[in-house]
Design a binder for this molecule. Structure first.
Ligand SMILES: Nc1ncnc2c1ncn2[C@@H]1O[C@H](COP(=O)(O)OP(=O)(O)O)[C@@H](O)[C@H]1O
Ligand SMILES: [Mg+2]
Length: 132
């Protein structure tokens, strides 16, 4: 019988592009035993959201860190990427198919079962969920 208790892992990464592959590896480890298809979708979404936190938020200039939170629920994994926020930027889905950039959040929206973001005084939390 399930206890319904979420299993939570939180890992911090430096604001360095090389950290994206560490975040992918941590995600893979956390989801060991789940389907390869699910693991690949999770890794892809983690890459995009961690890269965005590193590139587009103020974290680089402030704490120097971004956080990855993996929460395993009974029927899904919830992933949260938390940064220090930004004075000028907020997550925005760029729908232009001809644009060279701006694909990251479109991919997250397509590959996940649900996603969103939350902004407050402490920063930005971009989350997505994948059903098992
Ligand atoms: N964590 C974030 N903090 C602030 N702005 C963000 C964040 N993630 C995404 N954005 C904004 O949303 C836009 C779209 O993100 P994305 O689709 O990944 O495209 P790209 O990273 O190629 O610009 C970014 O250009 C940026 O302006
Ligand atoms: Mg991006």
């Amino acid at each position: 019988m399930s206890t319904g208790t979420p299993k939570l892992t939180e890992i911090q990464f430096r604001c360095d592009a090389e950290e994206v592959s560490r975040a992918r590896a941590a995600t893979r480890r956390r989801l060991r035993g789940k389907s390869q298809e699910l693991i690949e979708r999770a890794e892809h979404c983690v890459s995009e959201t961690i890269a965005n936190a590193i590139t587009h938020s103020a974290s680089q200039a402030t704490s120097g860190l971004v956080s990855l939170v993996l929460i395993e629920l009974d029927d899904r994994i919830r992933v949260e990427v938390i940064d220090d926020g930004s004075e000028s930027n907020r997550p925005t889905v760029i729908e232009d198919p001809d644009d060279e950039t701006g694909r990251g959040l479109v991919i997250v929206a397509q590959l996940s079962d649900d996603w969103g973001f939350h902004l407050d005084h402490s920063g930005c939390n971009v989350w997505f969920e994948l059903k098992f």
